[in-house]
Design a protein. Structure first.
Length: 363
Protein backbone atom coordinates (compact mmCIF):
# COMPACT_ATOMS: atom_id res chain seq x y z
CA UNK A 1 0.00 0.00 0.00
CA UNK A 2 1.12 3.61 -0.33
CA UNK A 3 0.91 7.06 1.10
CA UNK A 4 1.41 9.67 -1.64
CA UNK A 5 2.93 13.08 -0.89
CA UNK A 6 3.34 15.96 -3.31
CA UNK A 7 5.65 18.69 -1.99
CA UNK A 8 5.72 21.87 -4.07
CA UNK A 9 5.01 19.94 -7.29
CA UNK A 10 4.81 22.00 -10.48
CA UNK A 11 4.53 21.22 -14.17
CA UNK A 12 5.37 23.65 -16.96
CA UNK A 13 4.99 23.33 -20.71
CA UNK A 14 7.17 26.15 -22.00
CA UNK A 15 5.61 29.35 -20.66
CA UNK A 16 2.42 27.59 -19.58
CA UNK A 17 2.17 26.50 -15.95
CA UNK A 18 -0.23 23.55 -15.78
CA UNK A 19 0.31 22.75 -12.09
CA UNK A 20 1.64 25.30 -9.63
CA UNK A 21 3.45 24.39 -6.36
CA UNK A 22 1.02 21.67 -5.34
CA UNK A 23 1.16 20.38 -1.76
CA UNK A 24 -0.99 17.33 -1.07
CA UNK A 25 -0.80 14.40 1.35
CA UNK A 26 -2.85 11.35 0.33
CA UNK A 27 -3.19 8.80 3.09
CA UNK A 28 -2.57 5.10 2.64
CA UNK A 29 -5.73 3.33 1.36
CA UNK A 30 -7.60 6.61 0.96
CA UNK A 31 -9.94 7.33 -1.97
CA UNK A 32 -9.07 10.84 -3.17
CA UNK A 33 -10.85 12.56 -6.05
CA UNK A 34 -9.23 15.41 -8.00
CA UNK A 35 -12.15 17.57 -9.09
CA UNK A 36 -12.22 20.61 -11.32
CA UNK A 37 -13.01 21.99 -14.77
CA UNK A 38 -11.11 21.12 -17.93
CA UNK A 39 -7.61 22.59 -17.93
CA UNK A 40 -7.31 22.91 -14.14
CA UNK A 41 -4.33 20.52 -13.93
CA UNK A 42 -5.99 17.46 -12.43
CA UNK A 43 -5.03 14.99 -15.21
CA UNK A 44 -1.51 16.42 -15.35
CA UNK A 45 -1.22 15.82 -11.60
CA UNK A 46 -2.39 12.23 -12.03
CA UNK A 47 0.08 11.67 -14.88
CA UNK A 48 2.95 12.94 -12.72
CA UNK A 49 1.96 10.51 -9.96
CA UNK A 50 1.86 7.71 -12.56
CA UNK A 51 5.25 8.69 -13.94
CA UNK A 52 3.87 9.55 -17.37
CA UNK A 53 4.89 13.21 -16.93
CA UNK A 54 8.11 14.50 -15.39
CA UNK A 55 7.92 17.05 -12.59
CA UNK A 56 9.20 20.52 -13.45
CA UNK A 57 9.73 21.21 -9.75
CA UNK A 58 9.01 19.70 -6.36
CA UNK A 59 9.09 16.23 -4.83
CA UNK A 60 6.84 13.20 -5.18
CA UNK A 61 6.99 10.57 -2.44
CA UNK A 62 5.51 7.06 -2.22
CA UNK A 63 5.72 6.24 1.48
CA UNK A 64 9.37 7.01 2.34
CA UNK A 65 10.71 6.74 -1.20
CA UNK A 66 11.33 9.73 -3.46
CA UNK A 67 10.05 8.64 -6.89
CA UNK A 68 10.80 11.69 -9.07
CA UNK A 69 13.13 9.73 -11.36
CA UNK A 70 11.44 6.32 -11.06
CA UNK A 71 9.85 5.08 -14.33
CA UNK A 72 6.13 4.16 -14.38
CA UNK A 73 6.65 0.36 -14.43
CA UNK A 74 8.62 0.56 -11.17
CA UNK A 75 6.06 2.64 -9.23
CA UNK A 76 3.57 -0.17 -8.52
CA UNK A 77 0.64 1.80 -9.91
CA UNK A 78 -2.21 0.71 -12.18
CA UNK A 79 -4.04 3.22 -14.36
CA UNK A 80 -7.51 3.16 -15.91
CA UNK A 81 -8.03 5.58 -18.78
CA UNK A 82 -11.11 7.23 -20.22
CA UNK A 83 -10.52 5.47 -23.56
CA UNK A 84 -10.38 1.90 -22.07
CA UNK A 85 -7.15 1.19 -24.09
CA UNK A 86 -8.05 -2.46 -24.74
CA UNK A 87 -6.36 -4.67 -27.33
CA UNK A 88 -9.05 -5.19 -30.00
CA UNK A 89 -7.62 -8.51 -31.28
CA UNK A 90 -7.41 -10.10 -27.82
CA UNK A 91 -10.21 -11.71 -25.81
CA UNK A 92 -11.48 -10.28 -22.54
CA UNK A 93 -9.46 -12.94 -20.73
CA UNK A 94 -6.26 -12.02 -22.56
CA UNK A 95 -6.82 -8.29 -22.06
CA UNK A 96 -7.16 -8.78 -18.32
CA UNK A 97 -4.21 -11.19 -18.20
CA UNK A 98 -1.87 -9.18 -20.45
CA UNK A 99 0.07 -7.35 -17.75
CA UNK A 100 0.52 -10.53 -15.72
CA UNK A 101 1.81 -12.43 -18.75
CA UNK A 102 4.32 -9.67 -19.41
CA UNK A 103 5.58 -10.17 -15.85
CA UNK A 104 5.99 -13.90 -16.43
CA UNK A 105 3.48 -14.93 -13.78
CA UNK A 106 2.83 -18.66 -13.41
CA UNK A 107 -0.21 -19.86 -15.37
CA UNK A 108 -2.14 -21.13 -12.34
CA UNK A 109 -1.80 -17.86 -10.38
CA UNK A 110 -2.56 -15.82 -13.51
CA UNK A 111 -5.76 -17.78 -14.13
CA UNK A 112 -6.81 -17.49 -10.48
CA UNK A 113 -6.46 -13.70 -10.54
CA UNK A 114 -8.26 -13.29 -13.86
CA UNK A 115 -11.17 -15.49 -12.79
CA UNK A 116 -11.43 -13.70 -9.43
CA UNK A 117 -11.51 -10.28 -11.11
CA UNK A 118 -14.03 -11.47 -13.70
CA UNK A 119 -16.36 -12.73 -10.97
CA UNK A 120 -16.15 -9.50 -9.01
CA UNK A 121 -16.83 -7.38 -12.10
CA UNK A 122 -19.57 -9.67 -13.54
CA UNK A 123 -17.44 -10.56 -16.57
CA UNK A 124 -17.23 -14.32 -16.05
CA UNK A 125 -19.52 -15.08 -18.99
CA UNK A 126 -17.69 -12.68 -21.32
CA UNK A 127 -14.09 -13.87 -21.05
CA UNK A 128 -14.06 -15.31 -24.57
CA UNK A 129 -15.38 -12.20 -26.30
CA UNK A 130 -13.45 -9.45 -28.07
CA UNK A 131 -13.83 -5.76 -27.06
CA UNK A 132 -15.90 -5.06 -30.21
CA UNK A 133 -18.53 -7.47 -28.87
CA UNK A 134 -18.92 -5.58 -25.58
CA UNK A 135 -20.93 -2.57 -24.46
CA UNK A 136 -19.19 0.56 -23.19
CA UNK A 137 -19.85 -0.43 -19.59
CA UNK A 138 -18.45 -3.92 -20.14
CA UNK A 139 -15.31 -2.52 -21.78
CA UNK A 140 -14.75 -0.23 -18.82
CA UNK A 141 -15.08 -3.17 -16.45
CA UNK A 142 -12.48 -5.06 -18.48
CA UNK A 143 -10.14 -2.08 -18.07
CA UNK A 144 -10.82 -2.14 -14.33
CA UNK A 145 -10.15 -5.88 -14.23
CA UNK A 146 -6.84 -5.51 -16.06
CA UNK A 147 -5.73 -2.99 -13.45
CA UNK A 148 -6.99 -4.81 -10.36
CA UNK A 149 -5.33 -8.20 -11.17
CA UNK A 150 -1.96 -6.50 -10.76
CA UNK A 151 -2.86 -5.78 -7.11
CA UNK A 152 -1.12 -2.39 -7.26
CA UNK A 153 -0.23 -0.17 -4.34
CA UNK A 154 -1.91 2.78 -6.07
CA UNK A 155 -4.96 2.74 -8.34
CA UNK A 156 -5.16 5.75 -10.71
CA UNK A 157 -8.28 6.60 -12.72
CA UNK A 158 -8.59 9.39 -15.28
CA UNK A 159 -12.22 10.25 -16.16
CA UNK A 160 -13.04 6.50 -16.44
CA UNK A 161 -16.82 6.94 -16.72
CA UNK A 162 -17.11 9.90 -19.06
CA UNK A 163 -17.90 7.72 -22.09
CA UNK A 164 -20.80 5.94 -20.39
CA UNK A 165 -24.46 6.92 -20.37
CA UNK A 166 -26.09 8.15 -17.16
CA UNK A 167 -27.44 4.79 -15.96
CA UNK A 168 -24.15 2.99 -16.59
CA UNK A 169 -22.21 5.73 -14.82
CA UNK A 170 -24.27 5.19 -11.68
CA UNK A 171 -23.89 1.39 -11.66
CA UNK A 172 -20.17 1.48 -12.53
CA UNK A 173 -19.62 4.13 -9.84
CA UNK A 174 -21.07 1.69 -7.31
CA UNK A 175 -18.72 -1.04 -8.56
CA UNK A 176 -15.69 1.23 -8.21
CA UNK A 177 -16.73 2.15 -4.66
CA UNK A 178 -17.15 -1.51 -3.79
CA UNK A 179 -13.81 -2.33 -5.43
CA UNK A 180 -12.02 0.18 -3.20
CA UNK A 181 -13.71 -1.19 -0.10
CA UNK A 182 -12.57 -4.71 -1.04
CA UNK A 183 -9.03 -3.92 -2.21
CA UNK A 184 -8.25 -1.28 0.44
CA UNK A 185 -5.71 0.24 -1.94
CA UNK A 186 -4.94 3.93 -2.39
CA UNK A 187 -7.26 5.27 -5.11
CA UNK A 188 -6.71 8.59 -6.92
CA UNK A 189 -9.53 9.48 -9.28
CA UNK A 190 -9.82 12.41 -11.70
CA UNK A 191 -13.19 13.82 -12.76
CA UNK A 192 -15.06 17.01 -13.59
CA UNK A 193 -18.32 15.38 -12.45
CA UNK A 194 -19.35 16.56 -8.99
CA UNK A 195 -21.73 13.61 -8.50
CA UNK A 196 -18.84 11.16 -8.95
CA UNK A 197 -16.69 13.12 -6.51
CA UNK A 198 -19.37 13.40 -3.84
CA UNK A 199 -20.30 9.71 -4.18
CA UNK A 200 -16.85 8.13 -4.29
CA UNK A 201 -14.38 10.24 -2.35
CA UNK A 202 -13.07 9.99 1.18
CA UNK A 203 -11.66 13.45 0.41
CA UNK A 204 -12.11 15.78 -2.55
CA UNK A 205 -9.33 18.00 -3.90
CA UNK A 206 -10.96 20.90 -5.76
CA UNK A 207 -8.57 22.40 -8.31
CA UNK A 208 -8.58 25.63 -10.29
CA UNK A 209 -5.93 26.91 -12.71
CA UNK A 210 -3.29 24.45 -11.53
CA UNK A 211 -3.78 25.13 -7.83
CA UNK A 212 -5.78 23.61 -4.98
CA UNK A 213 -8.82 25.60 -3.91
CA UNK A 214 -9.93 23.28 -1.10
CA UNK A 215 -9.33 19.80 0.29
CA UNK A 216 -11.91 18.10 2.47
CA UNK A 217 -14.51 15.40 2.86
CA UNK A 218 -17.52 15.60 0.53
CA UNK A 219 -19.58 17.13 3.34
CA UNK A 220 -16.90 19.70 4.16
CA UNK A 221 -16.45 21.01 0.62
CA UNK A 222 -20.19 21.10 0.00
CA UNK A 223 -21.37 22.45 3.34
CA UNK A 224 -18.40 24.72 4.11
CA UNK A 225 -16.87 25.90 0.81
CA UNK A 226 -13.88 28.19 1.25
CA UNK A 227 -14.53 30.15 -1.94
CA UNK A 228 -17.23 31.08 -4.41
CA UNK A 229 -15.52 28.84 -6.96
CA UNK A 230 -15.89 25.76 -4.75
CA UNK A 231 -19.45 26.67 -3.78
CA UNK A 232 -20.41 27.14 -7.44
CA UNK A 233 -18.70 24.00 -8.72
CA UNK A 234 -20.57 21.73 -6.31
CA UNK A 235 -24.35 21.69 -6.44
CA UNK A 236 -27.00 21.13 -9.10
CA UNK A 237 -28.68 23.51 -9.72
CA UNK A 238 -25.80 25.76 -8.67
CA UNK A 239 -25.82 27.91 -5.58
CA UNK A 240 -27.68 31.25 -5.83
CA UNK A 241 -25.89 34.53 -5.21
CA UNK A 242 -27.20 37.90 -4.08
CA UNK A 243 -24.89 40.89 -3.90
CA UNK A 244 -25.20 43.19 -0.93
CA UNK A 245 -23.65 44.50 2.25
CA UNK A 246 -23.41 43.52 5.90
CA UNK A 247 -25.07 45.70 8.50
CA UNK A 248 -25.37 45.56 12.25
CA UNK A 249 -23.00 44.35 14.94
CA UNK A 250 -21.02 41.11 15.10
CA UNK A 251 -23.54 39.66 17.53
CA UNK A 252 -26.49 40.22 15.17
CA UNK A 253 -25.23 40.78 11.61
CA UNK A 254 -27.71 41.28 8.78
CA UNK A 255 -27.25 40.97 5.02
CA UNK A 256 -28.94 43.74 3.02
CA UNK A 257 -29.92 43.51 -0.64
CA UNK A 258 -32.45 46.11 -1.75
CA UNK A 259 -35.40 45.74 0.60
CA UNK A 260 -34.26 42.30 1.76
CA UNK A 261 -32.88 41.91 5.25
CA UNK A 262 -31.48 38.43 5.97
CA UNK A 263 -30.04 37.44 9.34
CA UNK A 264 -26.54 35.93 9.29
CA UNK A 265 -24.99 33.40 11.69
CA UNK A 266 -23.80 35.29 14.75
CA UNK A 267 -20.21 34.80 15.85
CA UNK A 268 -19.04 33.20 12.59
CA UNK A 269 -18.29 36.24 10.42
CA UNK A 270 -14.67 37.19 9.75
CA UNK A 271 -15.78 40.70 8.82
CA UNK A 272 -18.73 42.96 9.60
CA UNK A 273 -19.39 45.95 7.33
CA UNK A 274 -17.05 47.24 4.65
CA UNK A 275 -16.75 46.02 1.06
CA UNK A 276 -19.56 44.36 -0.96
CA UNK A 277 -20.32 40.71 -0.24
CA UNK A 278 -22.09 37.85 -1.97
CA UNK A 279 -24.70 35.83 -0.09
CA UNK A 280 -24.94 32.20 -1.21
CA UNK A 281 -28.21 30.27 -0.90
CA UNK A 282 -28.37 26.66 -2.06
CA UNK A 283 -31.69 25.75 -3.75
CA UNK A 284 -32.44 23.05 -1.17
CA UNK A 285 -31.73 25.29 1.83
CA UNK A 286 -35.11 27.00 2.01
CA UNK A 287 -38.02 26.15 4.29
CA UNK A 288 -41.48 26.00 2.75
CA UNK A 289 -43.13 26.71 6.06
CA UNK A 290 -41.93 29.84 7.79
CA UNK A 291 -40.43 29.47 11.25
CA UNK A 292 -40.70 32.40 13.67
CA UNK A 293 -37.41 34.25 13.91
CA UNK A 294 -36.09 33.15 10.53
CA UNK A 295 -35.44 35.55 7.66
CA UNK A 296 -37.85 35.42 4.72
CA UNK A 297 -37.01 35.28 1.02
CA UNK A 298 -39.86 36.61 -1.10
CA UNK A 299 -40.10 36.63 -4.88
CA UNK A 300 -42.29 36.14 -7.95
CA UNK A 301 -42.39 32.72 -9.64
CA UNK A 302 -40.83 33.14 -13.07
CA UNK A 303 -40.58 29.46 -14.02
CA UNK A 304 -41.63 26.02 -12.75
CA UNK A 305 -39.15 23.25 -13.58
CA UNK A 306 -40.14 19.63 -12.83
CA UNK A 307 -37.05 17.36 -12.71
CA UNK A 308 -38.13 13.82 -11.88
CA UNK A 309 -38.39 13.52 -8.11
CA UNK A 310 -37.76 17.25 -7.63
CA UNK A 311 -39.40 20.48 -8.66
CA UNK A 312 -37.55 23.76 -8.90
CA UNK A 313 -38.94 27.26 -8.95
CA UNK A 314 -37.18 30.10 -10.68
CA UNK A 315 -37.89 33.27 -8.70
CA UNK A 316 -37.36 36.93 -9.38
CA UNK A 317 -36.06 38.36 -6.12
CA UNK A 318 -35.25 42.08 -6.14
CA UNK A 319 -34.32 41.83 -9.82
CA UNK A 320 -32.16 38.72 -9.37
CA UNK A 321 -32.79 35.12 -10.48
CA UNK A 322 -33.00 32.64 -7.61
CA UNK A 323 -33.77 28.91 -7.88
CA UNK A 324 -35.29 26.98 -4.98
CA UNK A 325 -36.23 23.33 -4.60
CA UNK A 326 -39.79 22.56 -3.54
CA UNK A 327 -41.83 19.42 -3.02
CA UNK A 328 -42.77 17.76 -6.32
CA UNK A 329 -46.43 17.83 -5.23
CA UNK A 330 -46.42 21.64 -4.95
CA UNK A 331 -48.71 23.57 -7.29
CA UNK A 332 -46.98 26.93 -7.70
CA UNK A 333 -47.75 28.81 -10.90
CA UNK A 334 -45.94 31.46 -12.90
CA UNK A 335 -46.57 34.97 -11.59
CA UNK A 336 -47.36 33.80 -8.06
CA UNK A 337 -45.78 35.64 -5.14
CA UNK A 338 -44.12 33.18 -2.75
CA UNK A 339 -42.08 33.35 0.44
CA UNK A 340 -39.58 30.94 1.96
CA UNK A 341 -37.81 30.94 5.31
CA UNK A 342 -34.01 30.94 5.46
CA UNK A 343 -31.96 29.43 8.28
CA UNK A 344 -28.88 31.55 9.05
CA UNK A 345 -26.65 28.51 9.68
CA UNK A 346 -27.32 27.20 6.15
CA UNK A 347 -26.25 30.40 4.38
CA UNK A 348 -22.87 31.13 2.78
CA UNK A 349 -21.12 34.48 2.60
CA UNK A 350 -18.20 35.54 0.41
CA UNK A 351 -16.12 38.61 -0.22
CA UNK A 352 -17.15 39.88 -3.66
CA UNK A 353 -13.67 40.94 -4.76
CA UNK A 354 -11.65 37.88 -3.72
CA UNK A 355 -14.37 35.24 -3.66
CA UNK A 356 -13.10 33.99 -0.28
CA UNK A 357 -15.54 32.78 2.36
CA UNK A 358 -16.30 35.23 5.18
CA UNK A 359 -17.56 32.49 7.49
CA UNK A 360 -15.23 30.96 10.05
CA UNK A 361 -15.70 27.20 9.71
CA UNK A 362 -14.24 26.68 13.17
CA UNK A 363 -16.86 28.82 14.91
Amino acid sequence: MARIRLNGVSKRYGDVVAVRALNLDIRDREFVVLLGPSGCGKSTTLNMIAGLEELSAGELWFDDALVNGIPPHHRDVAMVFQSYALYPHKSVYENIAFGLRMRGMAAAELDRRVQEAANKLELAGLLGRRPSQLSGGQRQRVALGRAMVRQPAVFLMDEPLSNLDAALRISTRAQIKHLHEEMRTTFIYVTHDQAEALTLADRIVVMKEGMIEQVGTPDEVYERPRSMFVASFLGNPPINYLEGAIEGEAGAPVFRHGSLRIGLPAGKLRRVGGAPVMLGIRPEDVLHDGVPGNSVLTGIVDSVLPVGSDRFLGLKVEGCDVFVRVDKASHHVQGERVSFALVAERLHLFDKASGASLLDARA
